[in-house]
Design a protein around this ligand. Structure first.
Ligand code: 2PG
Ligand code: MG
Length: 455
């Protein structure tokens, strides 16, 4: 037993200079475990609630002192004396204590901070690395479904969820939307190094592509170009489509073959420009597209460019459109629900039941505890949906998601670009884990085996 002896919290700052919650949990006789909670900008309306002080006198109401007080007071009293190894009971206790279905009373930033710091504290207490401890919890989560002897066997993907795996990174190259001052509407233009032989080689390729992209932008006159919140270039391009063309040109300039070595991913984040039932784009002199208009646009791009992944191609409430999008592209493109599913197993189950999307973005703070996040990953894998573990646009030096994606064998990670230290904290931790788990496979293009385009 790793008995929780102390629970402490403080307000710290994230990569946008916005306050966030840091928690320390200490077990008897061990060093403290510490975690920091991230924060989104293009948030889905069904996400768990991030508690902000809303007190205009200080930091424009963005302070998190109330969430910090909740950790130090109510939550600490409830979990001191519990076993930090029993993540399921701890997280269950946090949900029970909060009492709402979206963590709005105590704050998902309070509950997640405690949940993750507990996992670190348990690892400290046992004298193992976080990745090992998370591997054990993942195993428990897999086995906690009493209806299935081996919950993941024979269903879904096969390669995912079975022990440590180095993920395919999905790396931001050009940023738009809320992350880059609304220069263009689509939020992320990403590269997926599917043909690399190892995670390290994948990262080498990404760095080279990023450099070539910087040079191309200068050549095209986008000089003095700044980077967005996640480190991707944020130029004021003529159109969303120009971003796709530029990323492909950068892959070629890096001496790689688009479609074979590296493929393209998009996070359309379309909820952000969905209003009055239409998708509002400046493209081609200003367009108001219906759901079917958006589907046609995306399908046309998929025909012309090596696009393997599209996130939030339609908005969080557009379930009918999402279903048609899935029917049209779901057998050849990974269709990720981010705002649509918000890491919530109830919403994901609705997607599974209705044949909507084929992949889920996994963000710990969208749901607010580690155990619930693991359950969402499990539900996805059991049903052949591809989980993509993701950072937020507001991040910190906390690199928990790197350990999480490896330990669960989820297969893919999305962290932003390869500049700015809050991003590198995760990419560099994956390098350490690659070395530490000498022999763990890099999944590469295999992750897309269920899709025809890659077969
Ligand atoms: C997203 C995320 C991360 P945010 O939309 O997928 O890129 O952005 O954290 O702002 O929701
Ligand atoms: Mg998204």
């Amino acid at each position: 037993m790793s008995r929780i002896e102390r629970v402490h919290a403080r307000e710290v700052l994230d990569s946008r200079g916005k306050p966030t919650v840091e928690v320390e949990v200490t077990c008897t006789g061990a060093r403290p475990g510490r975690a920091i909670v991230p924060s989104g900008a293009s948030t889905g309306k069904f996400e768990a609630v991030e508690l902000r002080d809303g007190d205009d006198a200080r930091l424009d109401g963005t302070g998190v002192l109330q969430a910090v007080a909740n950790v130090r007071g109510e939550i600490a009293s409830a979990i001191i004396g519990m076993d930090a190894n029993d993540q399921q009971s701890i997280d269950h206790r946090l949900c029970e204590l909060d009492g709402t279905d979206n963590k709005s009373r105590l704050g998902a930033n309070a509950t997640l901070g405690v949940s993750l710091a507990t996992a670190y504290a348990a690892a400290e207490s046992k004298g193992v690395q976080l990745v090992e401890h998370l591997g054990e919890i993942w195993q428990e989560c897999r086995e906690s479904n009493p209806n299935l002897a081996d919950p993941l066997a024979g269903r879904g993907h096969g390669a995912l969820g079975n022990g440590p795996l180095l993920p395919l990174p999905m790396v931001n190259m050009i940023s738009g939307g809320r992350h880059a001052g609304d220069n263009i509407e689509f939020q992320d233009f990403l590269v997926l190094p599917v043909g690399a032989k190892s995670y390290r080689q994948a990262l080498d390729w990404i760095v080279t592509i990023y450099r070539r992209l910087g040079e191309l932008l200068c050549e095209r006159g986008y000089e003095g170009v700044l980077v967005g919140d996640e480190g991707g270039f944020g130029p004021k391009l003529r159109s969303n489509e120009e971003a796709v063309e530029l990323v492909i040109a950068a892959i070629e300039a890096a001496g790689l073959e688009p479609g074979t070595d590296a493929m393209i991913g998009l996070d359309v984040a379309s909820t952000e420009f969905y209003a009055d039932g239409t998708y509002q784009l400046a493209e081609n002199g200003g367009q108001r597209l219906s759901s079917d208009g958006m589907i046609d646009l995306l399908a046309d791009w998929v025909d012309r460019y090596p696009i393997i992944s599209i996130e939030d191609g339609l908005a969080e409430d557009d379930w009918d459109g999402w279903k048609r999008l899935t029917e049209r592209l779901g057998d050849r493109v990974q269709l990720i629900g981010d705002d649509l599913f918000v890491t919530n197993s109830v919403r994901l189950q609705r997607g599974i039941d209705t044949g909507t999307a084929n992949s889920v973005l996994v963000k710990l703070n969208q749901i607010g505890t580690l155990w619930e996040t693991l359950e969402t990953i499990r539900l996805a894998i059991e049903n052949g949906y591809l989980p993509v573990v993701s950072a937020r646009s507001g991040e910190t030096e906390d690199a928990t998601i790197a350990d999480l994606v490896v330990a669960t064998g989820a297969g893919q990670i999305k962290v932003g670009s390869i500049v700015r230290s809050e991003r590198l904290a995760k990419y560099n931790q994956l390098l350490r884990l690659e070395e530490h788990l000498n022999g763990a496979n890099y999944i590469g293009r295999d992750v897309f085996r269920p899709l025809k385009a890659d077969g």
